[in-house]
Design a protein around this ligand. Structure first.
Ligand SMILES: Cc1cc2nc3c(=O)[nH]c(=O)nc-3n(C[C@H](O)[C@H](O)[C@H](O)COP(=O)(O)OP(=O)(O)OC[C@H]3O[C@@H](n4cnc5c(N)ncnc54)[C@H](O)[C@@H]3O)c2cc1C
Length: 299
């Protein structure tokens, strides 16, 4: 029998499983979906604390995650890079945002902020994490559980994202629907954010072969179907911000439901269950820091 069973194989479950293995534990993963079918695989995924509130714990997780991805980018881990970002500031607060201390080169300007952050291509990265987990002797099983009582292990990690609402009865969890468009990269290398654009939220995240265009933040919306009108509107406003996107070939459309939680992510131990869910639009941004906390709570 494993020492710990991690339920969930998104970015939170996989990183937690690896940190637990690093403490010497025998770890098994049980998951309803394969990593490439999770919400995590839809993420853009750029370091930025989207839809999480200012909180010293969250900042700490973000800092730790930034450091780990920095090392992984420098050592050519699949899918990980550092991405310069230009962020349009329409309502200048005059002071750096609460998350700026995590970013070494954050530069404040009246109309724009500039900074460099980790960016991850999630499908190759999640695959890499699962490979590492299995190479360390971890076991992986596909199974949807109905209750944690069905999981036979001395310690269980609940990394089920939005699935935690049903498993724990946590009524603070709510989906925030996000739709994105993936297009050919016309040669872009800088991420752009313009969250308060008059036509709607704009983010433009170049990757090695393509660009992620976003986005939407539809609170409480559980519809996973692609809405063509939403896609057209995303293309229109992102092209207005970055004209080089004009005519870029659309590769695909994606939708995901961010696991948002009123009060912030739940990372705490209750008896033999360590809860690690509710990372909203920032699961990639907070994953390695969360994983370190899970390992600490396990000890
Ligand atoms: C459009 C979009 C863009 C995003 N961009 C970013 C970004 O740029 N940066 C960033 O940091 N974050 C971003 N996010 C947010 C990020 O994707 C999430 O915060 C993250 O994926 C949450 O990870 P998770 O592991 O908690 O959940 P998930 O990835 O949803 O994984 C949950 C796991 O639990 C399993 N599970 C659930 N219920 C059960 C059950 N009953 N039994 C067994 N297994 C179960 C699932 O199968 C899955 O394996 C974005 C999200 C979206 C939708």
């Amino acid at each position: 029998m494993a020492d710990v069973v991690v339920v969930g194989a998104g970015i939170i479950g996989l990183t937690a499983a690896l940190e637990l293995q690093a403490t010497g534990a025998e770890v098994a993963i049980v998951t309803a979906e394969a990593p490439r079918d999770t919400v995590s695989a839809v993420a853009a995924a750029v370091w930025y604390p989207t839809k999480v509130d200012a909180d010293p714990r969250v900042l700490g997780w973000g800092r730790r995650t930034f450091e780990v991805f920095g090392v992984e980018a420098a050592t050519a881990v699949p899918g990980v890079t550092m991405r310069p970002t230009r962020m349009v500031v329409r309502h200048d607060p005059g002071i750096p945002p609460w998350w700026a201390p995590a970013i070494p080169d954050f530069t404040l300007g009246a109309a724009e902020w500039h900074f460099t952050v980790p960016a991850v291509e999630m499908v190759p990265y999640l695959t890499h994490l699962l490979d590492r987990f299995e190479a360390n002797g971890g076991t992986f099983r596909r199974q949807r559980i109905d209750s944690f009582a069905d999981v036979d292990a001395p310690l269980v990690v609940n990394a089920t994202g939005l699935g935690a609402a049903r498993l724990t009865g946590d009524d603070r969890l709510q989906p925030i629907r996000g739709q994105v468009v993936i297009v050919d990269n016309p040669g872009l290398t800088t991420s752009i954010r313009d969250e308060d654009h008059p036509l709607g939220p704009v983010y433009i995240h170049p990757r090695s072969q393509d660009v992620v265009l976003g986005g939407t933040f539809e609170v409480g919306d559980t519809d996973r179907t692609i809405r063509p009108a939403t896609a057209e509107a995303i293309i229109e406003r992102t092209t207005q911000v970055e004209p080089r996107l004009a005519g870029a070939r659309v590769r695909k459309h994606l939708v995901g439901l961010r696991p948002a939680r009123v009060g912030g992510p739940r990372v705490e131990r209750a008896g033999h269950i360590i809860h690690a869910y509710g990372h909203s639009g920032a699961g990639m941004t907070l994953c390695w820091g969360t994983a370190a906390e899970v390992a600490r709570l396990a000890g």
